[in-house]
Design a protein around this ligand. Structure first.
Ligand SMILES: NC(=O)C1=CN([C@@H]2O[C@H](COP(=O)(O)OP(=O)(O)OC[C@H]3O[C@@H](n4cnc5c(N)ncnc54)[C@H](OP(=O)(O)O)[C@@H]3O)[C@@H](O)[C@H]2O)C=CC1
Ligand SMILES: N[C@@H](C[C@H]1CC(C(=O)O)=NO1)C(=O)O
Length: 325
């Protein structure tokens, strides 16, 4: 059977993860990696073809779906609507406060072009969103708790790297343990994410820029402003030796009452050795769905809530029926 031809746009942590994830899916092949940098400077893990992103329009008959791996802070708001006009796309846009705006812009572009776009795929937004909704559906009288980490948030790390003067940077999200325990006992359901987590950044930058960079990070809307944030400035060799891992994970807990007599609880958790490789694996599954749903004539922007698992799997409907038994 014909393979789904994938294009990866943006070769950072997520792009490298996507390159490896395509290899794990026999019904897919990597048509090419597109970058805004000089393709000759890019070393890939799988000897993939690397092209200038400016030339992507000429690939319209050479690939089926684009997986957009740019940053949510400033790349995807421009790229997703622009590329949704040319190809079916999947993105991982994760600035929660601005997802409705992103959806509107991408939907308009995709509808005008008669293309399908799946936005905000990944794990949060993404798999955690699906489990938050499922929890509300099956335990209507209850509360939902989301915890991330301790681990490296790619969205927050990419956002700090975009601050002028930051040479290297990462952000770790740290859940408050005492609140995590309460959540398991159904307490604290009205706490905000900022009341449940601290954010800790490690930055390499010139001393003269430290005060400005710290201020810009701590006041950054959506990503940092509501949180208790700590910014550490370290030298480059410490950064290179201590901050290369991108572990992450977390929980979605829904707890509540099915009657006066009984409490119920539901929990979905992730333990990730590589945040980018896991996220990319989710994006590849949504790329499969984008391909099949687009072929059926579906158009416009979709979120993970709109995508049936049956479109995300390579298995036939008879095979997934067997999975139910
Ligand atoms: N929804 C979810 O659950 C998740 C969402 N995400 C999203 O994924 C986004 C991307 O994360 P991540 O891949 O870690 O970000 P990176 O900073 O690694 O990459 C972002 C872009 O920066 C450019 N870039 C990468 N490395 C370099 C470099 N050395 N020099 C110059 N440019 C570079 C690349 O574009 P180019 O090749 O064109 O230069 C790349 O696409 C995040 O912003 C986050 O929002 C991530 C995890 C989970
Ligand atoms: N979008 C996040 C995925 C999870 C992690 C996270 C956080 O640590 O704040 N929020 O959502 C990422 O980019 O890693």
């Amino acid at each position: 059977a014909e393979k789904v031809r994938i294009g990866i746009v943006g070769y950072g942590n997520l792009g490298r993860g996507a390159e490896l994830a395509v290899e794990k899916n026999p019904d897919m092949e990597l048509a090419g990696i597109f970058t805004r940098r000089d393709p000759n400077t890019i070393q890939t893990a799988t000897n993939a073809n690397v092209y200038c992103q400016d030339n992507i329009r000429s690939f319209q008959d050479k690939l089926d779906v684009l997986i957009l791996c740019g940053g949510s802070a400033s790349d995807l708001p421009e790229m997703s609507p622009e590329l949704a006009r040319l190809f079916p796309i999947v993105d991982s846009y994760d600035n929660h406060a601005k997802i409705p705006d992103h959806y509107k812009k991408v939907n308009q572009a995709a509808e005008e072009a008669g293309k399908l776009a799946i936005i905000s795929a990944g794990w949060d937004p993404g798999l955690f969103s699906l489990n938050r909704l499922l929890g509300e559906i099956v335990i209507p009288d209850g509360g939902t708790h989301t915890f991330w980490g301790k681990g490296l948030s790619q969205g927050h790390s990419e956002a700090v790297r975009r601050v002028e003067g930051v040479k290297k940077g990462v952000q770790y999200t740290v859940p408050m343990e005492e609140i995590l325990e309460d959540a398991r006992n159904g307490k604290g359901e009205d706490l905000t994410a900022a009341e449940r987590h601290k954010r800790v950044c490690y930055i390499v930058a010139d001393e003269k820029d430290h005060a400005r960079i710290e201020e810009e990070i701590k006041t950054m809307p959506d990503y940092f402003a509501p949180y208790d944030t700590t910014v550490h400035f370290i030298d480059e060799e410490t950064f290179d030796s201590e901050h290369q891992k991108m572990r992450h994970g977390g929980f979605v807990i829904r707890s509540g009452n099915s009657s006066k007599a009984h409490k119920q609880a539901m929990e979905f958790s992730l333990t990730l050795e590589s945040n980018p490789e896991f996220t990319a694996s989710v994006l590849v599954a949504y790329a499969r769905a984008a391909y099949h749903l687009h072929k059926k004539g579906e158009t416009g922007a979709k979120t993970p809530f709109d995508i049936p698992f049956s479109a995300m799997t390579h298995k036939t409907s008879a095979e997934i029926m067997k999975d139910l038994l």
